[in-house]
Design a protein around this ligand. Structure first.
Ligand SMILES: Nc1ncnc2c1ncn2[C@@H]1O[C@H](COP(=O)(O)OP(=O)(O)OP(=O)(O)O)[C@@H](O)[C@H]1O
Ligand SMILES: [Mg+2]
Length: 297
């Protein structure tokens, strides 16, 4: 006859099938152990999530341009668009309207500029104009499928773009991605945005996820006519918030009309305008991230 312990062990074994994830505390972090996800992500060296407290502060722009900057340096990069309602990554990478190939082993990401691998809800929709009207549990299921079914193969970096705020998507992503390196928080410098930055940092801390740093976007606008710099949203707020919350500050990016223009065209900004202040800032931010992660190519 089986002892109680043996029975318990058997039932735990049964629970740990690829389809049936279980909760586990790892490195002080509550994660959802999911064998299929672990298998699909085992060849990804670094996983970084881009988050913000507020909408429209430039998360997707930063996610895409960091992907470009890492790829430009020679890293193998993938980008996962976990914004289910507003998937903007494919447009900014110029792969909008393409469809991923699927097979029995899973689904292959679409290949964008600089060989960046891309997966997004937008690529799976027949008509990208169709709005996704889903509640939390359904969105969580899709994120779980993105993580467990996409065949990324070997990557140096997987960058994950999120919708704004501290809702279902960031929670799922932070709990499901195994060995997550950390999150980067994007903010604009004004007070109303900074309040929300602190919430995002607090969420990460509560989930025991490392905050790799804060990026201040739209800090200063250089007039293309007279060359004078105007701080439309102020400056320095992101750095102060980072200091106050005791997390690294990764750098600031200016408002530059060309960022919006090339993003709309799906082209890599740093390649199109390598000598601009913004492109140099992106490259410096990448170096800071390398420093934080202790890596160098
Ligand atoms: N530094 C910048 N200079 C000029 N335009 C910028 C800059 N950063 C972002 N933008 C533009 O601002 C708009 C909003 O940026 P983006 O979509 O990246 O924000 P987001 O935080 O991802 O928004 P959402 O919360 O809706 O996902 C875009 O049109 C983008 O091109
Ligand atoms: Mg976005």
């Amino acid at each position: 006859m089986m002892s109680k312990e043996e029975k318990d062990e058997k039932s735990v074994e049964k629970e740990a099938t690829p389809e049936k994830p279980k909760f586990k505390v790892s490195g002080g972090r509550l994660i959802i152990e999911h064998k299929k996800i672990a298998e699909k992500m085992k060849n990804i060296k670094h996983k970084i999530v881009i988050m913000s407290g507020k909408g429209g502060v430039g998360k997707t722009t930063v996610a895409v341009n960091l992907a470009f900057a890492f790829a430009w340096k020679g890293y193998q990069v993938g980008i996962l668009d976990a914004d289910i309602h507003g998937p903007d990554v494919p447009k900014m990478l110029g792969v909008e309207g393409q469809h991923p190939m699927g097979g029995p082993m899973g689904i292959f990401p679409v290949i964008g500029p600089l060989n960046i691998k891309v997966m997004s809800m937008e690529l799976l929709l027949k008509d990208p104009k169709t709005p996704i009207i889903w509640r939390g549990p359904l969105k969580m299921k899709v994120i779980e499928q993105f993580l467990s079914d996409v065949i990324w193969t070997a990557l140096d970096f997987l960058i994950c773009d999120l919708p704004p705020g501290t809702g279902d998507e960031p929670l799922s992503i932070m709990q499901l991605i195994p060995e997550l390196d950390g999150i980067i928080i994007v903010t604009t410098p004004q007070d109303v945005a900074l309040l929300d930055v602190k919430k995002a940092i607090t969420m990460a801390k509560q989930l025991n996820v490392r905050v790799l740093g804060v990026i201040e976007n739209m800090a200063g606008f250089i007039c293309p006519h007279c060359g004078k710099k105007t701080y439309i949203f102020g400056v320095g707020g992101g750095e102060e918030a980072a200091k106050e919350m005791n997390v690294p500050f990764l750098g600031r990016l200016p408002l530059d009309m060309r960022i919006r223009e090339v993003s709309d065209q799906g082209k890599p900004f740093i390649v199109e305008h390598p000598d601009s202040e913004a492109a140099k800032s992106f490259m410096q931010i990448v170096e800071k991230i390398e420093e934080e992660l202790g890596i160098k190519i």
